[in-house]
Design a binder for this molecule. Structure first.
Ligand code: ADP
Length: 552
């Protein structure tokens, strides 16, 4: 801008100067021409009088060098000339000024020299005797004048232009300075030229709009960040070259990365064939999903391509930890297979016994024994079906539970009483050691847990054995211990007894009826109540099951 203003100012100054100089030249030239005319007029008047009085001798004695004096007879013959021999000069009757003087008394003319370098001004007066006195003087032409004044004029011009340039530079800087110092962050605070004010107010409005839009965008980004950072699922955004554009905390955790991997290739997260296929399918424009195994976890990856103007520019990938679902699915499949298997055994027995009776292979006195075997197997079937239903209900969270205050001492005594008969068959004594202990729990679930533990403690006890149920409150926790003096559980089986359908040493267990589901129902129930179960057992000596429950 400074340059532009400077150039314009210098150009204007140069043009004005050039035109000004030309005008001055013209005026001066005219002025000098007039000056010469006036002077030769005066001289002519004065010489006319002198010649009329003293004749031509006056002229001959006159010492005049500046102007040319020519004395001409009425017929045009030159009688005297102060700068040339009169005889050598031709007749002047045809000269414009001479003719004019002869006819009107005064004659004037101007003639340019052959080279146009000079101009001669003539002034002629008719004397009383009819002769003509002509005075002439020469003046340099405009061009000649120009040629003479060119160098000084050039220097004047240079000086002037230089001066104009310096002033213009200073002025343009001064004009631009307030513009350079504009505070565009706060346009409303600037006090500058009023011509700039509409621009400033526009900037102010735009600034305001930009600020609002920025705030909006920031808020949206924050919201997005809050959502993605609180997501359990891993979120990954990649471009079409698989470069990671962004990801949330969960995705780095899932892939075991300690820091963000933005800018890296997505393949640096996982190099498996399935992962590569997932990305390839996504970036080819297909929605796809796979199941990966990462650090022993089952991770489901779902990819969605991102389109812009119908071309894939990247993809959004979601990773979910589905280990639990996969495990549950596996368990369910195993469970169904186990249930079918477990149901088949008693059914085959029932069907076998019934067939033998039907075909009349059994003696009348043995029928009673066969029927009781069928009854026993049928009972086992019922137990199995009940336990299976119970487990399915627990799996599906179907049972509507109510939390309430329960007196555990009363509950334990009731259970002991209900198992009295079973205990009596083995002569097992059951003791309940507890103060009145109130616990906030789900009665139905805890009853089931305690019943199963006590039943096992009796079932797997020895003749004349002892079962003691102890309930105590310790460190804001309820501890329920069911201890027996039974056969115990071998070390190798202790971890597995909580699995569904797991029974220690089937041959040994076949003496004791059971489904292998009791302890898995117990474990399920305890974890539902927010507690834990611990097992301590020694083969041949007995087993202790300890359930810890939070007080509330
Ligand atoms: P079951 O219906 O066979 O009793 P459970 O799930 O209740 O099924 O128990 C699984 C297995 O754990 C039992 O078959 C048994 O071998 C063993 N077991 C459970 N409780 C005891 C105990 N108190 N003493 C010895 N063994 C036990």
């Amino acid at each position: 801008m400074v340059k532009k203003i400077f150039n314009s100012a210098v150009m204007v100054a140069s043009i004005v100067l050039a035109v000004g100089l030309a005008a001055v030249f013209g005026i001066l030239y005219n002025y000098f021409g007039n000056q010469i005319t006036t002077e030769i007029k005066k001289e002519a008047v004065y010489l006319k009088q002198a010649v009329e009085m003293h004749g031509v001798e006056y002229l001959e004695n006159l010492d005049e060098e500046d102007s040319r004096i020519t004395y001409i007879a009425g017929d045009g013959t030159v009688l005297y000339d102060n700068q040339a021999e009169a005889e050598s000069m031709g007749n002047h009757a045809d000269r414009e000024e001479v003719q004019e003087a002869l006819s009107r008394g005064i004659g004037k003319a101007e003639r340019m020299s052959d080279t146009l370098a000079k101009k001669t001004i003539y002034y002629a007066l008719r004397l009383e005797d009819g002769t003509v006195l002509r005075i002439s003087s020469t003046q340099d032409s405009v061009l000649a004048l120009l040629a003479q004044l060119l160098l000084p004029a050039f220097w004047v011009l240079v000086l002037m232009v230089g001066l104009a340039g310096a002033i213009s530079l200073r002025m343009s800087k001064k004009v631009v300075e307030p513009l350079n110092n504009l505070d565009l962050e706060h346009p409303e605070d600037n006090i500058v030229y009023e011509e700039v004010e509409p621009l400033l107010s526009k900037i102010y409005k735009q600034n305001k709009q930009i600020r609002l839009q920025l705030e909006d965008a920031k808020q949206q980004q924050q919201e997005f960040q809050i959502i993605t950072e609180n997501m359990q699922e891993g979120l990954l955004v990649i471009d079409k070259y698989t470069k990671i554009l962004s990801g949330n905390g969960s995705v780095w955790k899932i892939f075991g990365q300690e820091s963000e991997q933005c800018g890296e290739s997505a393949y640096s997260l996982n190099r498996s064939e399935e992962f590569r296929r997932l990305l390839e399918e996504g970036l080819s424009g297909k929605n796809s999903h796979i199941l990966l195994t990462i650090n022993e976890k089952r991770i489901q990856g779902i990819i969605n391509p991102v389109f812009r103007e119908e071309t894939v520019v990247g993809a959004v990938v979601l990773f979910m930890n589905v280990t639990e679902q996969v495990e549950r699915e596996k368990l369910r499949r195993e469970f169904s297979a186990n249930v079918s298997h477990e149901l088949k055994t008693p059914l085959t027995s029932i069907s076998g016994y019934a067939e033998i009776i039907q075909k009349g292979y059994v003696k009348n006195e043995d029928i009673q024994e066969f029927v009781s075997k069928i009854y026993k197997e049928a009972q086992r079937l019922i137990c199995l079906v009940e336990d299976t239903i119970r487990i399915s209900q627990l799996d599906e969270d179907e049972v509507p539970y109510t939390w309430e205050y329960v007196d555990l001492q009363v509950m334990a005594r009731n259970i002991a009483a209900s198992l009295k008969e079973k205990a009596a068959q083995k002569n097992v004594r059951v003791f309940v050691d507890s103060d009145r202990t109130i616990c906030y729990t789900v009665r139905q679930v805890l009853e089931e847990v305690l019943f199963n533990l006590c039943e096992n403690a009796i079932k797997y006890n020895k003749e004349d054995g002892v079962v003691s149920i102890k309930i105590e409150e310790r460190d804001k926790q309820m501890k329920i211990t069911v201890q027996d003096t039974g056969i115990g559980i071998p070390k190798a089986d202790q971890e597995r007894v909580f699995e569904r359908f797991y029974r220690v040493d089937k041959s040994h267990c076949s003496e004791v009826s059971g489904t292998g589901l009791g302890l898995s129902i117990v474990k399920h129930g305890v974890s539902y109540l927010g507690g834990e179960i611990q097992l301590a057992s020694e083969e041949g000596k007995g087993t202790t099951m300890t359930v810890s429950l939070p007080q509330k």
